[in-house]
Write a protein that binds this ligand. Structure first.
Ligand SMILES: Cc1cc2nc3c(=O)[nH]c(=O)nc-3n(C[C@H](O)[C@H](O)[C@H](O)COP(=O)(O)OP(=O)(O)OC[C@H]3O[C@@H](n4cnc5c(N)ncnc54)[C@H](O)[C@@H]3O)c2cc1C
Length: 368
């Protein structure tokens, strides 16, 4: 049977897109690897933010999407079990970045960030040891998503819909003719072939590999990222949903948050780390760094070390492949961007309206 649309991938982006499109498209097949512990959504720090993201149109895309997360919360699509708002508190030890921050705050890239009286910040988060920090910034719209919880919630909803079919398998090959995918071959027991009017690839890091089966080149940087977690602890954060600390230490930028189970989740702040590390060794250093700032004793629980989805120029790759039935969506900051991507893709696929906002992100930029 030929479906109207096949979506490959059910990470945060595939799930949010499928959820939106399921209201408009008659017959959707979703192919994904069940319980995929390699997906970026599983590894993510999942902070909803637009901080210092550039160029300005990319900053705006993130900011618009952040507001959509707030709308989704107000409309009860996401609840406290899947999302936490509260804003981000960002503290600096030294003044060397402060001039740039003044520029940022006065620029069009400002998204509700402002300087804060340092004493007030320390008072608000008085379970933390922040003596070394001298400057504070607050980003009021920031939050974070429990990606596993939200993906599972969307799955539970979609399995009840008659127009949606889930297939738990890996796409092994894509067979095309004249730029159009004719069918996908799966690695299941039956070597099932999936045909469809249209194919949407939201397979995270693996999107490049699937696209290459069709002769489409989607360049990516290898960008491993690490996140550690503590054992559940008392409530540490009083006000903010996340904290960023920028110091002169060996690990100069960490960020952390506390999840619904009161585990502290901590990652390194820089998102452009392209070096592989020894995760076991590094987690100990990261845990030691985190422990410096939390008054109560915290116990280490474990780490996740995985690949970001990182297009070569750091910007999303979104859009229809020219003269083809293949739509691609592949991006870093996918947790922040998932709601706006779902909305844009609905306009392009269902309403057949090209969205000029994503012209910067079309894949033809790599073929100039
Ligand atoms: C350490 C780390 C920290 C991050 N921090 C943040 C952050 O703070 N804020 C933020 O906004 N973003 C953050 N990100 C980025 C964000 O997590 C990703 O951009 C986002 O999760 C990408 O979602 P996705 O659905 O595109 O891909 P993924 O989550 O990778 O999902 C891919 C899906 O495709 C499926 N798939 C893959 N290959 C195949 C195949 N061959 N056949 C069938 N199915 C397949 C998988 O099973 C999975 O369902 C972080 C990422 C990492 C790794």
């Amino acid at each position: 049977m030929k479906s109207d649309l096949t979506i490959v991938g059910f990470g945060i982006i595939g799930a949010m897109i499928a959820n939106t499109l399921s209201d408009y498209i008659n017959d959707i097949t979703i192919i994904y690897k069940y319980n995929d512990k390699k997906s970026a959504s599983y590894h993510s720090f999942a902070w909803i933010n637009a901080f210092d993201k550039s160029p300005h149109y990319y900053n705006k895309l993130n900011l618009d999407s952040m507001h959509l997360w707030h709308d989704l919360y107000k409309n009860n699509f996401v609840s406290d079990s899947e999302i936490k708002f509260g804003g981000d508190l960002r503290l600096y030890e030294n003044s060397n970045k402060i001039d740039n921050l003044h520029k940022l705050i006065n620029s069009e890239n400002n998204h509700g960030i402002k300087f804060l009286e340092i004493h007030k910040a320390k008072n608000d988060e008085n379970n933390l040891l922040l003596d070394n920090f001298n400057y504070a910034i607050e980003s009021e719209y920031d939050g974070w998503v429990d990606t596993d919880a939200l993906i599972n919630k969307i799955k539970k909803k979609l399995v009840t819909k008659r127009n949606i079919k889930f297939i738990n398998a890996e796409v092994k090959n894509a067979i095309s003719k004249d730029n159009n995918v004719k069918y996908l071959e799966l690695d299941d027991r039956h070597n099932t072939k999936i045909s469809s009017e249209m194919f949407l690839f939201a397979a995270g890091f693996q999107t490049s590999k699937i696209a290459s089966m069709l002769g489409i080149y989607l360049p990516q940087i290898i960008s491993p990222g690490i996140v550690i977690s503590s054992k559940p602890t008392n409530k540490v954060l009083n006000k903010y949903s996340s904290i960023n600390l920028i110091s002169e230490n060996h690990i100069p930028h960490i960020h952390f948050r506390q999840n619904q189970d009161n585990q502290i989740i901590c990652g390194i702040g820089s998102q452009d780390d392209s070096q592989f590390i020894n995760p076991k060794e590094f987690t100990l250093n990261l845990y030691a760094e985190l422990s410096k700032y939390v008054k109560q004793k915290i116990k280490y629980s474990g780490y996740k070390y995985g690949l970001r989805v990182m297009p070569k120029d750091g910007l999303p790759i979104i859009g229809l492949c020219e003269n083809s039935n293949v739509y691609i969506v592949m991006t870093h900051s996918g947790v922040t961007l998932a709601p706006i991507l779902a909305q844009i893709i609905k306009s392009e696929i269902v309403d057949k309206q090209l969205v000029s906002e994503i012209d910067f992100y079309r894949m033809k930029r790599f073929y100039k």
